[in-house]
Design a protein around this ligand. Structure first.
Ligand SMILES: CC/C=C\C/C=C\C/C=C\C/C=C\CCCCC(=O)SCCNC(=O)CCNC(=O)[C@H](O)C(C)(C)COP(=O)(O)OP(=O)(O)OC[C@H]1O[C@@H](n2cnc3c(N)ncnc32)[C@H](O)[C@@H]1OP(=O)(O)O
Ligand SMILES: Cc1cc2nc3c(=O)[nH]c(=O)nc-3n(C[C@H](O)[C@H](O)[C@H](O)COP(=O)(O)OP(=O)(O)OC[C@H]3O[C@@H](n4cnc5c(N)ncnc54)[C@H](O)[C@@H]3O)c2cc1C
Length: 664
């Protein structure tokens, strides 16, 4: 059976050019070529083997992670990989590690919040990994409420130093990745106190461990917070705790690009918005959105290939059974996830553009788009990670019993991914940021201030608050204007209803707290509109390749109509559409599933994942699932011996006892 492509028939059915779709998925031919080359490099290197991860103890897993990171760094230098290539290498190694935080948060925090002088000093060390850093913000007692952090950084003018201190147990840093066992340095967020006054949260570079023997520096207590969910999974990461007992650092280790403390201890506030201290979080949320499509597409690739291999029922007169992918229920669960993976890819691309745009504006002292950038990164991070975590679990169920096996690749993917709903901002807390932004925008309607960017639609409130959908037949739901109008009207009406309900409260903040659940739903409706509109905008671009645009068109409308179906209550209760129009949307959705069906396997092939990266018996490229499931089963340590360890102590006596009782 080796060498046979069990999915060849599926691949032959495709009505588009997979190679062209690979370029669209990657973002450009260049991006495709880099990813393809680096993925193969990782797959062919035995050090990056990962198939036995679940069987390693925490210590073995951690040590193997250190080995992989060291080997990766060596290869990056030997092969002179540039920043993009090195990033892809870390991505395809696919093992959470301290390097994610070093490159993903420590370096960006210094770039964003350090002065030029500080960048020169610290980045040259960090870029060569002569120091390794993490991002130490969250504490045992506070994560979401950043303003509630307790760690203090008190300026001592006598010595020109800050004294970093953990005043209570709840002030201990708790969770930072890479902190527990690896980082030599951290960007520590603490309350800045000078001349007896508390100036709120600021970032400080603090050395934690000796560069000679790696032992913690005096008055620093540091360790790992313990084992996390799942075998393997995120346990390769040393999330840590950290306590300071009056640790002194030079004044120039406060990140001073925004605000400063002078030699005399005078606090010089920033002349730019103080929220820029949160800039690293905005950056990372943007990368997390782009990453959501990676995780979801991976799960969807596994579930789609396996659904084409797996057969149940439907055999007549000894014929073959039905592929489970042909059941409409399977399609109704799987294809919206396939569509979501593509949707998140394109909204991720757009968000990257938005982030670059706001960064350029900030450099030119234009802060006007910062609130929108914050709302978009927060809201889309929340929306895409929630949908991806739920989607991975749905893919596990789509694979039936075998999906529950570790070797399906899905349990570990879920365990690694699911904390994305919490880290970098709890997903509910983040949607509430969007809701605040929406309430402000609604309050300004009619004031002469024209909403722009992702809230531009609110400027058409007069129309959107009273319009009725013109859809008369199922195909009308393929009209971008009809879809956009329905999503815009729903989002606006939900936001306006919240604003109206809010205005009934004398105390606005009290009203906000009372209406939290409705506000989150309004925020989600707004974020879904963004994703749908960016997918539609993508279709307006010049996309070449045989049949590619047609497939993307189908996926775009599957995504939109699936959301419409899922949130039908919103669309009906806001009178944006009628029950008849909802039923027509459903008819159209079924028709789109039929059109996607012959292309499904090719659409996941377009992700161009190697078997190494997928690490899934069910998602193998060749579809040769059953013999490989057996191979994996035989590898399990329980099958090392025919009679298990413990038989003589614990099984035999029980069996014998039962036998004696039966004879009596
Ligand atoms: C490293 C990863 C690299 C790559 C990623 C790729 C793939 C991912 C794979 C693996 C990930 C690996 C590791 C994961 C790393 C996770 C690391 C962390 O979790 S770090 C810790 C993150 N912590 C949080 O996110 C905390 C969440 N809380 C907050 O952000 C804020 O406190 C808040 C809840 C948004 C604000 O609360 P509050 O209302 O109290 O606000 P403030 O008083 O502080 O401010 C009010 C004012 O400011 C505006 N605002 C808030 N945040 C921002 C911002 N970020 N930018 C701009 N403006 C902001 C807010 O809207 C208010 O505005 P106003 O109403 O006054 O106009
Ligand atoms: C795997 C992982 C890695 C992490 N890495 C890092 C790191 O590298 N560096 C770092 O500094 N931190 C890190 N963190 C911490 C992370 O950023 C926080 O856990 C996260 O911001 C959530 O904060 P919290 O834990 O305080 O949740 P809480 O705020 O305590 O949330 C608990 C519940 O309360 C609800 N809630 C909270 N506030 C409100 C509100 N205002 N309104 C309504 N509901 C509310 C939430 O929705 C949630 O349901 C990591 C966390 C994890 C899980």
């Amino acid at each position: 059976m080796e060498g046979i492509d069990h999915l060849a028939d599926e691949r032959n059915k495709a009505e588009f050019d997979v190679e062209d779709m690979k370029i669209v998925w990657a973002g450009s031919r260049h991006a495709f070529e880099v990813s393809d080359r680096i993925a193969r490099l990782v797959a062919s290197d035995p050090v990056f083997e990962k198939s036995n991860r679940a069987r390693l103890s925490r210590k073995e897993l951690f040590k193997s992670t250190l080995r992989k990171c060291a080997h990766a760094f060596k290869r990056i230098i030997e092969l002179r990989l540039n920043e993009e290539e090195a990033g892809r290498l870390r991505h395809f190694i696919d093992q959470p590690a301290y390097v994610d935080l070093h490159w993903g948060m420590f370096v960006p925090a210094i770039k964003g919040q350090g002065t030029e002088e500080q960048q020169k000093k610290w980045l040259s060390l960090a870029n060569k990994m002569q120091i390794i850093g993490c991002y130490a913000q969250t504490e045992l007692g506070h994560g979401s409420n950043v303003q509630g952090l307790e760690t203090t950084a008190t300026f001592d003018p006598k010595t020109d130093e800050f004294v970093i201190h953990t005043p209570t147990q709840t002030a201990s840093k708790w969770w930072p990745g890479g902190l527990g066992k690896v980082s030599t340095h951290a960007v520590v967020y603490a309350r800045l106190i000078t001349n007896g006054k508390d100036y709120g949260i600021h970032g400080f570079i603090v050395q934690l461990r000796s560069l000679e023997d790696h032992s913690p520096l005096p008055n620093i207590t540091v360790g790992d917070i313990g084992t996390k969910m799942g075998n393997g999974a995120y346990n390769s990461m040393d999330n840590g705790f950290l306590m300071f007992d009056h640790v002194r650092i030079p004044r120039d280790q406060m990140l001073m690009r925004l605000s400063k403390v002078t030699r005399e201890g005078e606090y010089v506030p920033s002349d730019v918005p103080k929220q820029l201290v949160y800039g690293t979080m905005v950056y990372v949320r943007q990368t997390i959105v782009a990453d959501a499509s990676n995780a979801l597409s991976r799960a969807v690739c596994i579930a789609t290939r396996y659904s084409a291999v797996r057969r149940q029922f439907g055999a007549h007169n000894g014929g073959i059974e039905t592929q489970v992918i042909d059941y409409k229920t399977q399609q109704n669960r799987l294809f919206p996830l396939l569509a979501s993976a593509y949707a998140f890819r394109f909204v991720g691309e757009w968000l990257k553009w938005l982030y670059t745009d706001v960064t350029e504006r900030l450099a030119a002292s234009d802060f006007a788009t910062l609130p929108e950038a914050h709302a978009c990164t927060a809201g889309l991070k929340s929306l895409t990670t929630t949908a991806t975590a739920d989607g991975i679990e749905e893919c596990r169920k789509l694979c039936g019993g075998h999906g529950y096996l570790w070797c399906s690749g899905l349990p570990e993917l879920f365990a690694v991914y699911v904390p994305a709903c919490t880290y970098e901002g709890d997903n509910v807390v983040l949607q509430l940021q969007v809701a605040r932004f929406l309430m402000k925008t609604v309050a300004q309607l009619g004031s002469g201030k024209v909403p722009v960017g992702t809230t531009a639609y609110m400027g058409r409130a007069a129309h959107l608050l009273q319009c009725r959908s013109g859809v008369q037949k199922a195909e009308d739901w393929l009209n971008p204007d009809a879809v956009l109008e329905a999503f815009e009207a729903r989002a606006l009406r939900m936001a306006v209803t919240c604003a109206k309900n809010l205005s009934k409260f004398e105390n606005q903040e009290q009203g906000f707290q009372e209406l939290l659940a409705d506000l989150v739903e309004a925020a989600i409706a707004h974020c879904q509109l963004i994703v749908v509109s960016k997918f539609i905008a993508k279709l307006e671009q010049d996309i070449g390749g045989k049949g590619v645009k047609k497939q993307l068109n189908n996926l775009c409308y599957i995504y939109a109509l699936y959301l419409l179906h899922k949130h039908l209550g919103d669309f009906l209760s806001t009178n944006c559409i009628t029950p008849k129009q909802a039923s027509l949307a459903n008819d159209q959705l079924r028709s789109l599933y039929t059109q996607v069906r012959p292309n499904a396997v090719a659409l996941v092939d377009a992700f161009n994942y190697t078997d190494h990266y997928l690490n899934s018996v069910l998602g193998r490229y060749d579809g040769n699932v059953y013999p490989k499931l057996f191979e994996e089963a035989w590898k399990d340590p329980l099958n090392d011996s025919v009679v298990p360890d413990g038989y003589h102590e614990y099984l035999r006596p029980v069996l014998k006892q039962q036998l004696r009782t039966a004879r009596l």
